[in-house]
Design a protein around this ligand. Sequence first.
Ligand SMILES: *Cc1c(COP(=O)(O)O)cnc(C)c1O
Length: 429
Amino acid sequence: MIQYQRSSALFAKAKNVIPGGVNSPVRAFKAVGGTPIFLTHAKGAYLYDEDKNRYIDYIASWGPMILGHAHPQVVEAIQKRAEKGTSYGIPTALETQIAKQALSMVPHMDQIRFVNSGTEACMSAVRLARGYTGRDKIIKFAGCYHGHADAFLIQAGSGAVTFGSPNSPGVTAGTAQDTLLAQYNNLEQVKEIFASNPEQIAAIIVEPVAGNMGCVLPKEGFLEGLRQLCDTHGTLLIFDEVMTGFRLAPGGAQEYLGIRADMATYGKVIGGGLPVGAFAARKEIMQFLAPVGPVYQAGTLSGNPLAMTAGLTMLELLANHPETYTSLDEKTAYLHQEMVPLLEQKGIPYQINRLGSMISLHFTDTPVVDFDSAATGDNDNFKKYFHGMLQRGVYLPPSAFESYFLNDAISKKDLEYTLEVFNETLKSL
Ligand SMILES: *Cc1c(COP(=O)(O)O)cnc(C)c1O
């Protein structure tokens, strides 16, 4: 049994001065119980905690560390850049460099603006879409996460499917009223929403492959259908590629799935482990943004040289090593393929969803295609599974509603070890 004494003590202290002891809720292990581990450092595929335990990391900081932790080139670039000052609030050539690099990887986008988080990117993209179309309403899908801006913290209201209500106190009913909610993969619902809100919908925002209710794949025709509806109704299609961008392919889901979005938002990988977000669109849309256009958006630390250096180094590494994507895909496919017989042998209800290096396991018989089906998973089993894996040195997302993100530092040996641990853990369920 590995011990967590120091982590427990640190968590207790943290709770005195930070609400729940964490700066982002999922880290508190509320969904799985127990004490969150506190890290001292990470390197390659491994996390190291305060009690000197080592874990194989399957969350990659929720995506960014796609090449593993403390990648030598990224670290060196950050160190060198830090000596030149870390923030000016004045333009640098670096910003143009990373913009060009990102736009060269991503299809259909002419211009990009950098911000500090995925939340900011999605919030700003929606404001721009509203400004550009002159419409107020947006459509989002239950279970898709677009950051914590008010407009996205909406759940299905009672009764009519299309009428959202706030899912957090502090979000006003007025805000909720402009966010229309549909089930992921349900094109009929989206059609109904368009029919009952003619010429009022500025944008559809969607995770092209959902990663925030586990990994949920778009059904054949779903994204194509959204594309068509947007074209018919003069609505902008926003792909939230904060997770999928630079992960599924250099050009993200747009490239992987071959579907054009009008706008795309980025985060996670694009910052190489520093706080960066970005949103992109074709030029006529981006020209609506201040200082050229009327839609306001700004940021003191946006385009920060340290963050841009980390992001640029990461994007260049990925662009120069396209084999990374094949390698990640093969590793994740291997994990998937080897988990199946172990689950079959155990005879436990399960679903595995996977695309590229995103994968999730749900303890249910129901195919997981949207939030409601994701919620049918057996959470008691999930808790035992999560802690069983953790105890044996494998760090998985501490919630059944999150995807795993593989990093390319994970070796075949790490995968084999993970599968051994997986088999042992299953026995305890
Ligand atoms: C993580 C995430 C966000 C929010 O990004 P933050 O940097 O945490 O604000 C938005 N959309 C998706 C799809 C995400 O996975």
